[in-house]
Design a protein around this ligand. Structure first.
Ligand code: PLP
Length: 282
């Protein structure tokens, strides 16, 4: 695989980052993942807009223009001949001798790599996910897409160890989001309920598109917090993310949701999102 590191396209074995990079030492960096379909990017403008916001919130200067980032993304897709998969990009504050306080004027690092998509994802969407609850032990700026993903990784590992597929995180008795996705339910009276945007969750690019599609399709959307009990009593549940699109959740903490199979609203929203994704390609 050819990867990108600070201006160079290299075989992955030859790519190097300083051991003093603040991304490595302090998790001082942000990232984005865009999905590749037909060799093009899904809703990439949304991801680059969020990248700019994450950088601004942390006072990290952009390593280059967003147009240059797009050019690098397309070059990597082409050089690795990826038809379906994803592209990861990461910007860190840069490298200097270890010190909590960084120097102004550091040169940010930019890396990117592609990943090809396995056939597994479609099977998961057909079957649906088993999800368990886990305490949300992350920091209070989850709206910034930082590389500090250890709490989410630990929750995911716990879910797998318990025989589930993923965890939904709980804070103050309410669901925040999934380990790497936004959480949604469809109530028995047919409303889509999803947590409102704040510092408590990542402002998902897929979430935004799916809520707009749901409204267009005539669903009532309620942006409010919901509890684990509401999940167990819901008609349907699903997650959204750039790589999972709309994926059904069929059980929560061992309790079947609805009849324990992907429900009609979720299936419809997935189809609508797939059509939207194809139209958004760039
Ligand atoms: N929430 C968290 C914590 C995430 O890590 C992600 C994606 O990685 C999402 C939500 C979904 O965001 P998006 O739809 O922009 O991929």
């Amino acid at each position: 695989r050819i990867v990108y590191v600070n201006g160079e396209y290299l075989p992955e074995e030859e790519a190097k980052i300083s051991i003093f990079d603040r991304g490595f030492l302090f998790a001082d960096g942000v990232y984005e993942v865009s999905t590749i379909l037909d060799g093009k990017l899904v809703d990439n403008a949304g991801h680059l807009a969020r990248l700019q916001r994450s950088l601004a919130e942390l006072d990290i200067p952009a390593p280059c223009s967003m147009e240059e980032i797009e050019t690098i993304q397309h070059t990597l897709i082409e050089r690795n001949a990826i038809a379906a998969g994803s592209i990861y990009l990461q910007v860190t504050r840069g490298a200097e001798d270890r010190n909590f306080l960084w120097s102004e004027g550091l040169k940010p690092s930019l890396i990117m790599f592609t990943q090809s998509r396995g056939a597994k994802m479609d099977k998961v969407a057909e079957k649906g996910l088993d999800v368990i609850s886990q305490p949300d032990i992350r920091w209070q700026r989850r709206d910034i897409k930082t590389v500090a993903l250890l709490p989410a990784s630990l929750a995911k590992r716990k879910a797998i160890a318990e025989g589930a597929n993923d965890a939904w995180l709980v804070e103050d008795g309410m669901i925040t989001e999934g380990t790497s996705n936004n959480a949604h339910i469809i109530t028995k009276d047919g409303k889509l309920v999803t947590r409102a945007l704040s510092n408590k969750i990542l402002h998902g690019i897929t979430r935004k598109a799916v809520l707009a599609l749901a409204k267009e399709a005539g669903l009532t959307v309620e942006e409010r917090s919901f509890s684990p009990d509401e999940v167990k009593n819901a008609a349907e549940a699903f997650v959204t993310s750039a790589t999972m699109f709309v994926t059904p959740v069929v059980s929560f903490d061992g309790v079947k949701i609805g009849d324990g199979k992907p429900g009609p609203h979720t299936t419809r929203l997935r189809d609508l999102y797939v059509s939207f994704a194809k139209k958004s390609l760039s």
